[in-house]
Design a protein around this ligand. Sequence first.
Ligand SMILES: Cc1cc2nc3c(=O)[nH]c(=O)nc-3n(C[C@H](O)[C@H](O)[C@H](O)COP(=O)(O)OP(=O)(O)OC[C@H]3O[C@@H](n4cnc5c(N)ncnc54)[C@H](O)[C@@H]3O)c2cc1C
Length: 161
Amino acid sequence: KADHKGEVINHSVADFVRDEDFVIEIIDRHVAKSKINLGGAPIIVSGGYGVGSAESFELLHELADLLGGEVGATRAAVDAGFTEHERQIGQTGVTVRPKLYIACGISGQIQHVAGMQESSMIISINTDPDAPINTIADYVITGRIEEVIPKLIKYYKQNSK
Ligand SMILES: Cc1cc2nc3c(=O)[nH]c(=O)nc-3n(C[C@H](O)[C@H](O)[C@H](O)COP(=O)(O)OP(=O)(O)OC[C@H]3O[C@@H](n4cnc5c(N)ncnc54)[C@H](O)[C@@H]3O)c2cc1C
């Protein structure tokens, strides 16, 4: 309406809200664990059922940390509870294309190979010299994970000082 009269009343926020109402107390800080980034990793140390246990998977983490890489896995290793599902590489997992893929105790079934065969270089560590993965590997180390990985860690440390 044209004859409507209005009045502006300026309220002060301080009259209604106390300073204490804005106080925040930081009780504890939690830093979220960094996300697994398989897609962006230049080096992947990947473990299969042949790694044998969650404890032995820690060896893979040690090597990956040393090389600045990430840890991947086969479905068999994930199903056995050795590591997280987010690390699964293959047909029903992540497809990766790192500069270096170290396949540890992995037989090389097509569903796994589909997700990593584009890697620039593949090293296979397996007790079975006839494991199918060896046919696509650039280098093959025939031996047990429990023995080979600690040696790789040791010699890498010795030679990268
Ligand atoms: C529909 C479908 C989808 C699938 N999707 C995927 C997928 O996305 N990703 C995937 O990985 N699989 C997938 N699979 C499963 C796949 O078929 C294989 O079963 C799986 O990849 C095998 O995993 P592995 O190589 O770790 O185990 P295995 O085939 O059991 O191989 C273990 C290897 O470890 C070696 N070994 C044993 N002990 C030692 C030791 N002490 N040191 C060194 N080597 C040792 C053995 O010689 C062997 O070569 C899928 C299957 C199906 C049917």
